[in-house]
Design a protein around this ligand. Structure first.
Ligand code: 13P
Ligand code: SF4
Length: 281
């Protein structure tokens, strides 16, 4: 299974390519002994949490997500003490330990729905302050933001978007909710990576400015031969997503290295938060 940001040649040989919600959901439906994730660590961990009877491998062991490392379980426990009435809504870009301390998970595809669905009026949203801020603009609930962010999406500025719009005035601007509020304010649509793919397929527009990691352009071009895509900024490259190469994947599959193991007590608590999300979203 490969994430939408993977290298083109890795996406092309994957059995399934998707966003983090689709990868998590797919992991619950597979009837195979071994699942290999071409993605970053937390995505493979999600598959291992949801599939205890399968062997889950991460194609490249050093592929992590810097945002997921911005909060640990101790820090979250301290925040929970400060906001005892708040439900913890945890973006899936987190470690299993952090998920185990959370009430429910969300992805960029369902964050608003999840926040609306929990009974609490106060939400501690971790760790992405940009996704959390985007959710706050869509709900009446009180959203307490944790100051995490994606280093790749943070590189995209309003100046980049304005310059791209000037160069391509007839293009639709589609961005990921990990972008800053100033970038989101200039977008025509704010979507998860697979939601972008669906939106673009259905849109009558012919040109699109893409405000997310550049790996998705490969899939968009393949699925929409008559449409044109521009990355809003060339800086939109997630180095961790690019660590997986065909050679590394082949070695991982041949040797069955990089097995993802989650301690059972943590797995069960993290699974509860993921299951709650999958039930409602
Ligand atoms: P998606 O769930 O939209 O694919 O996003 C995952 C991610 O890591 C974005 O940077
Ligand atoms: Fe993490 Fe950002 Fe890379 Fe997504 S793009 S995996 S949030 S660092």
């Amino acid at each position: 299974m490969a994430h939408n940001y993977q290298r083109p040649e890795v996406q092309d040989i994957a059995d399934f390519v998707g966003d983090s919600l689709e990868l998590a959901r797919k992991a619950t439906q597979l009837e195979v002994k071994v699942i290999v994730l071409c993605a970053v660590h937390f995505m493979a961990e999600n598959a291992a949490i949801l599939n205890p009877s399968r062997t889950v491998l991460l194609a490249e062991s050093s592929a992590g997500c810097p945002m997921a490392d911005m909060i640990d379980a101790d820090e979250l426990r301290e925040w929970k003490k400060k906001y005892p009435k708040a439900a913890v809504v945890c973006y899936v870009n987190t470690t299993a330990e952090v998920k185990a301390e959370s009430d429910i998970c969300c992805t960029s595809a369902n964050a608003v729905k999840v926040v609306e669905d929990v009974p609490n009026d106060e939400i501690l949203f971790i760790p992405d302050r940009n996704l959390g801020h985007f959710v706050a603009t869509k709900t009446k609930k009180k959203i307490i933001l944790y100051p995490g962010y994606c280093v790749t999406h943070a590189r995209l500025t309003a100046k980049h978007v304005l310059a791209a719009k000037e160069a391509h005035p007839d293009a639709k601007v589609v961005v990921h909710p990990e972008c800053t509020a100033e970038v989101i304010a200039l977008a025509d649509a704010v979507l998860s990576t697979s939601q972008m793919a669906r939106y673009i397929k259905e849109s009558p527009a012919k040109k699109f400015l893409i405000g997310t990691e550049e790996g998705i352009i490969h899939r968009l071009k393949k699925e929409n031969p008559g449409k044109t895509f521009y990355v809003v900024s060339r800086a939109m490259v997630c180095p961790n997503m690019k660590k997986t190469t065909l050679e590394k994947l082949a070695t991982t599959m041949e040797t069955r290295r990089n097995v993802i193991v989650v301690p059972e007590d943590i797995r069960l608590r993290a699974k509860r938060a993921l299951d709650r999300m999958l039930e409602i979203a």
